[in-house]
Design a protein around this ligand. Sequence first.
Ligand SMILES: Cc1cc2nc3c(=O)[nH]c(=O)nc-3n(C[C@H](O)[C@H](O)[C@H](O)COP(=O)(O)OP(=O)(O)OC[C@H]3O[C@@H](n4cnc5c(N)ncnc54)[C@H](O)[C@@H]3O)c2cc1C
Length: 405
Amino acid sequence: MTGRATDRRTEIAIVGGGLAGGLIALALRRHHPEMQVTLIEAGEALGGNHRWSWFDNDLDAEGAELLAGFRKTHWSGYSVRFPAYRRRFDTGYNSLASPDFDAGLRRDLSQQTIHTKRRVEQLDAGGVTLDDGSRISARTVIDCRDAAPSTHLTGGWQVFMGRHIRTPRLHGIERPIIMDASVDQHAPHGTGGSYRFVYVLPLGADELFVEDTYYADAAMLDRNAVSGRIDRYLDAHGLQGDIIGGETGVLPVITGGNFVRHQEDMRIEGVALAGARGGFVHPLTSYTLPFAVETALAIAKDATLPGEQLAAWLEARARKHWARTGFYRMLGSMLFGAAEPAERYRIFQRFYRLNPGLIERFYAGQSNLADKARILTGKPPVSVFRAIGALAGKGEPLVAEKGNS
Ligand SMILES: Cc1cc2nc3c(=O)[nH]c(=O)nc-3n(C[C@H](O)[C@H](O)[C@H](O)COP(=O)(O)OP(=O)(O)OC[C@H]3O[C@@H](n4cnc5c(N)ncnc54)[C@H](O)[C@@H]3O)c2cc1C
């Protein structure tokens, strides 16, 4: 059969130009500049409409180097606020906005690599078929599309709305407040309960990003109610300004389930699976950046593997990741199941009193045995009986009802 004029061939086809797909393309470019890589993204821009933040210690030197070329904001520390105390930390913190992700990739990748506004309709081990019917055949196909809902995973949700404002005067906030849980603990309308906090990033002397976040039982974002709460938070702190951007998210917080069955559901024979869809997430914070960086670099080192082998290797890597993040799923079960919604903040209030190194390893998904023991020992902030019940419970399947976000 002869191919049509529009059909092409590439060595590696990456489907989905979000965080994971974009970073894999970048790592391949750095390690194998000669390799033909095609990055196919359905949206207009790479990275969608996100803001990704991370601590300096989330990444090793190689990981930091991969992100070095992106324009981003860096702070030398951050703080947290709880009803009982405020605390400052001196660990560096970073934030990258998706337009800067898009711009960095367009600068560093070859023009032939990036294909935006192209939806992949079908993927298989030999290539992809696009929405215009053209075919790109490939030695290796990597599926980095959005995470799909799963009936095999259980948990709750992290629901948030962020607002980016320009203030008429200098706002005077120097460091990010990554958790201001001194706010009312009311739940978003219609949800069973939540742990609520506000996240504040001083992006410039007259620029603030303020995000209202809930650890909620239901995947429901009531935009009007949450927007009103952001207004009230700004008012209460004497802040105001013109809205220049924003984001919303409803992310799964995984507390349990059968990951192997989940992988079977996601698997397309011979296609490698990465990103959030592949399971490379922090179960409790829903963040993926440290794992997306790590996976991109690992793929780049083994980029000459045939597609089927890369697929099997990544699947095994995701299972290892699942195994090593079990502790965070257990904490998530305690958060959702053991605490009365209005009392959930106590779990974090206690956690943030601990040693800064332990807190950093927690966010990086690298807690050691001593950290885990330390997190679990001492006077528990929630009922032990309810905690045991929560750990034994099955949780709710992580399937959002349509139209809720
Ligand atoms: C608003 C928001 C803020 C967040 N903040 C953080 C944060 O601070 N830190 C953090 O680590 N995580 C954060 N997250 C979690 C976030 O989901 C992940 O970190 C990250 O974006 C997941 O990367 P990914 O590449 O796996 O998926 P995505 O970034 O979702 O990318 C998937 C891409 O695939 C594309 N796609 C889907 N189907 C097709 C198709 N058929 N053909 C072509 N392209 C397709 C989509 O358009 C999308 O661009 C945030 C999430 C949201 C929604």
